[in-house]
Design a protein around this ligand. Structure first.
Ligand code: GLC
Length: 528
């Protein structure tokens, strides 16, 4: 994919694409150490092309002390030795490219690891060359902390350092925040982007995309009332420690870099914001991020009225021609088969139908395709130390357990006898167990992605909500009409529906004309 030529009139590749988020440590262990790795991904790329993914987003691959499993980067142009080598990553990009798939990496620009040489230099003294690459502050005259900001565990976001000042960490003390007021930080990241783009990386998922700049005066955050996990935490609204207007300038600069490549490189932001307007602001005037994750959608319940409203508000708020992104699971939020569907197969199938037919980019998390649920990881086996010692813990491990490829000991993730880094959960849902069963969720997911590609193609499908009643959601998406019955009662098929091309139902009894079965979703072709 190094220097592919694209015509200016082609829609960008991610319009209509399916991105598969792959948690590298849990996908496939090629060297029997209990951790997934890059060679393991190469071994199983055929699963992704068979499924119909257009791109893969890899969870962090860069060297890291792993206090936050790679989200504490100590070298932005390397590969974590436990995951493989730069040569492995090059091969992965090449082999994915041969199968028509692109590779996105995870980029962490809000903070580094405290083990990064930049921080080692910055911390060496107040006159250090890179001192200002991080956010340092004195305590208050009364001896108090510089301000009231809290980190993501709810503890003070300020860590005293022997060099005579506090430094800021919005996440862990081992993840000092970079100071984006410092021009040298911009120059470094421009270089990092170019380094990976030159290697054929198709783009980045940008971690904490609404973070980066901090208030220059380090003002106290105001109270958060009412509570809203997307607007702040621990009783404080994130007004001054993130969401600063200056961050948009970073993305305008990065967009120019992304557009200087052919095909254009993609910036997909972790835009942790509570509403469509603020999400849209990160697309700018179509000159910032090309994509921003829609957290209000993922956090909503699987309720037609709620989802239909969010989709409509999102499409209305985005700048013309901009592409929305939909996802239900990720490595922080947990898995939609549990959160949205309570493990119920019929509902999982409806959710996959929705994710596969909304306009724009859809992101599936590894395991979504088999209906993989959250795994109840016993506390003593948890590996997300970032939150383990906080009351309750965030328990992000529940959605980071190994992919169950088959029912063997080791699950096809690792060799029998090897202890995987996190326990393998339910092996009643596996890839091997589902791939030859036409009624399985995996087969449904594959059919959905094939139909999406065939009928909706590339580009942004026109979207219109048709009927949103209690329990039933019907919409037009491109040339198709989708209808989904989220209730246990049969209901009328919307009048706009046509020939049924796909159903989520496994009921073999003949369909009664004009009726949607309980918990059934269909894709139809109107006019036929
Ligand atoms: C993002 C990541 C999360 C990580 C945090 C700090 O929210 O998704 O896993 O802990 O950023 O980098």
């Amino acid at each position: 994919m190094s220097r592919e030529q694209v015509s200016a009139s082609d829609p960008p590749w991610w319009h209509g694409a399916v991105v598969y988020q792959l948690y590298v440590r849990s996908w496939r262990d090629s060297n029997d150490d209990g951790y997934g790795d890059l060679r393991g991904i190469i071994q199983r790329l055929d699963h992704l092309s068979w499924l119909g993914a257009d791109a893969i987003w890899l969870s962090p691959t860069m060297p890291s002390p792993d206090e936050d499993w790679g989200y504490d980067v100590s070298d932005y142009t390397g590969v974590h030795p436990e995951l493989g080598t730069l040569a492995d990553l090059d091969e992965l990009i090449g082999q994915a490219g041969q199968r028509g798939m692109r590779v996105l990496l995870d980029l962490v620009p809000n903070h580094t690891s405290s083990a990064h040489p930049w921080f080692a230099d910055a911390a060496s003294g107040r006159e250090a060359a890179r001192r200002d690459w991080y956010v340092w502050a004195a305590g208050r005259p009364d001896g108090g902390l510089p301000n009231n900001w809290l980190d993501f565990t709810g503890r003070p976001a300020w860590q005293w350092h022997d060099s005579g000042q506090y430094y800021l960490h919005n996440f862990l003390p081992g993840q000092p925040d970079l100071n984006w007021w410092e021009p040298a930080v911009h120059a470094e990241f421009a270089r990092i982007l170019e380094f990976w783009f030159e290697r054929g990386v198709a783009g980045f998922r940008v971690d904490v995309a609404n973070g980066l700049y901090k208030d220059a005066e380090l003002r106290d955050n105001p109270p958060l009332d009412p509570p809203n996990p997307m607007d702040g935490a621990y009783g404080l609204r994130s007004v001054y420690n993130s969401n600063r207007p200056e961050t948009h300038g970073v993305y305008r600069d990065w967009r120019k870099i992304a557009e200087s490549y052919s095909p254009e490189r993609l910036l997909l932001g972790e835009t942790w914001v509570p509403d469509a307007q603020r999400l849209a602001s990160y697309y700018g005037d179509n000159d910032e991020l090309q994509l921003g994750f829609n957290f209000p959608f993922a956090f909503a319940s699987l309720d037609p009225a709620r989802l239909a409203a969010i989709v409509e508000q999102t499409l209305a708020a985005l700048p013309p021609g901009a592409c929305p992104v939909w996802m239900g699971s990720n490595h922080d939020l947990g898995r939609f088969p549990s959160r949205w569907c309570g493990g119920d197969e019929r509902t999982i199938r409806l959710a996959l139908l929705v994710l596969a037919t909304l306009p724009g980019t859809s992101v599936l998390y590894y395991g979504d395709e088999i209906g993989m649920a959250d795994v109840d990881v016993p506390v003593e086996l948890r590996r997300d130390h970032a939150t383990l010692d906080v009351a309750g813990g965030a328990d992000r491990d529940r959605a980071r357990t190994p992919m169950p490829w088959d029912g063997s000991p080791g699950g096809g993730f690792t060799e029998p006898g090897v202890t995987p880094w996190l326990p393998i959960g339910d092996q009643s849902r596996t890839v091997a167990g589902q791939c030859d069963d036409p009624d399985s969720t995996l087969s449904l997911c594959r059919r959905l992605l094939a139909l999406r590609r065939a009928e909706l193609g590339r580009g942004l499908a026109d979207f219109e909500n048709l009927a949103v009643t209690e329990g039933v959601w019907a919409y037009r998406t491109g040339s198709l009409v989708v209808a989904a019955n989220f209730t246990g009662q049969p209901t009328d098929m919307p009048t706009e529906a046509g020939e049924v091309l796909l159903t989520t139902s496994t009921d073999e009894a003949p369909r009664s004309p004009g009726v949607l079965r309980p918990w059934e979703g269909v894709i139809t072709l109107p006019g036929r």
